[in-house]
Design a protein around this ligand. Structure first.
Ligand code: GDP
Length: 363
């Protein structure tokens, strides 16, 4: 499944945030693996469409799409030099689809800062540098093999191009630029380097851990956003997030409102994570449940069916589809059908976000 790894300096609030993620009990009821695997935090993607469908179809429950947070890597300056240590810590992060960097903005004399004082721009730099150094190590280890491959298979275009991409990536990293920002202008086809699991290729999300009183400070937020643009910035108070998991919906909404927040940090994290990973949702609804399913943008109807069950993908015949907006405008499935808004789509159909679907399949 799709996953995000958390990185950051020690004492920035990574564990506090991660514990809040894994304590997400409302979700773990629907996603049992969340409690089976202690190092996975599952967050529901907020989506008001599911509630609307549940009302229309009198569904017994609602199930949102989710994003998985898989592991935490504490990184210190020089981590990449400690051969093994830094790399070992990064093992699970390497496997994840995106990286979420937690940055400390909160001030607390009782919580030591490894670098002595609170300075978000320096801390971002430190972590990014360590990730760049880790990627350089990975490339240096891989290059002799890629060179050998290219030499041995002089006519293999992929081998030549892969070596070229690796050399170019090494040059960019050597200038202190990560590949997710630097690669595009440099024109490196990073897909050729997929097997290396390079860290700086992954999409980044930045989480600023603020004091709750700072959450409403829009000037501060603008300044911090600027540090990481064009990557997305999220603002939260990790301590508040862990308190929110103990409250019921109404109490949680009240607490958030008192802090000037319209959405919890976890909800923001899920929403931004989802967008950053290039995902979209389609919806199903019936008396049992109204549910959002996760698919990649560009997924076909059979692939979407596969998100429910591999048998659905294998036995796919066709899909009955109405867009959420058309369904709501019509008022009911029956009315949407009568208005000609419900389509039968085949194997080639490319799904759109918010498609409400019923699959027909052979089992
Ligand atoms: P990690 O090393 O990055 O995993 O950091 P922890 O989550 O263990 O947090 C380090 C310390 O900072 C703990 O004592 C937390 O209670 C505290 N802490 C975490 N987030 C906040 C915050 O938003 N505000 C304040 N004041 N303290 C926090």
């Amino acid at each position: 499944s799709l996953s995000i790894g958390i990185v950051g300096l020690p004492n920035v609030g990574k564990s506090t945030l991660f514990n809040a993620l894994t304590k997400n009990e409302a979700l773990s009821a629907n996603y049992p693996f969340a409690t089976i695997e202690p190092n996975v935090g599952v967050v529901g993607v907020p989506d008001s469409r599911i509630g609307t469908l549940a009302e229309m179809f009198s569904s017994a429950k609602t199930i949102p799409a989710t994003v998985d947070f898989v592991d935490i890597a504490g990184i210190v300056r020089g981590a990449s030099e400690g051969e093994g240590l830094g790399n070992q810590f990064l093992a699970n992060i390497r496997e994840s689809d995106a990286i979420c960097q937690v940055i400390r903005v909160f001030d607390d004399d009782d919580v030591t800062h490894v670098e002595g004082d609170i300075q978000p721009s320096r801390d971002i730099e430190t972590i990014n540098t360590e990730l760049i150094l880790a990627d350089l190590q990975t490339l240096d280890k891989a290059l002799p093999r890629l060179e050998k491959d290219a030499k041995r298979n002089a006519k293999d275009k992929t081998a030549q191009e892969t070596l070229g991409a690796a050399q170019e990536a090494r040059r960019v990293l050597d200038e202190g630029v990560g590949l997710s920002v630097g690669a595009k202008p440099a024109g490196i086809d990073v897909s050729l380097l997929r097997e290396l699991n390079l860290l700086t290729v992954k999409p980044f999300i930045y989480v600023f851990n603020l004091d709750s009183e700072e959450l409403g400070d829009s000037a501060l937020r603008a300044k911090l956003s600027e540090l990481v643009a064009p990557a997305e910035a999220i603002f939260l108070d990790a301590k508040i997030e862990s308190e929110l998991t103990e409250l019921d919906d109404e109490e949680a909404a009240e607490l958030l409102e008192s802090l000037g927040q319209s959405e919890s940090g976890l909800a923001q994290l899920a929403r931004v994570g989802f967008a950053t990973l290039g995902l979209q949702t389609y919806l199903t609804a019936g008396p049992k449940e109204a549910r959002a399913w996760t698919i990649r943008k560009g997924a076909t109807a059979p692939e979407a069916a596969g998100a429910i069950h591999t048998d659905f993908q294998r036995g796919f015949i066709k899909a009955e589809i109405v867009s959420f907006d058309d369904l709501i405008a019509a008022g009911s499935m029956q009315a949407a059908r009568a208005a000609g808004k419900v389509r039968m789509e085949g194997k080639e159909y490319v799904m759109a976000d918010g498609d409400v679907v019923e699959f027909r399949f052979n089992v």
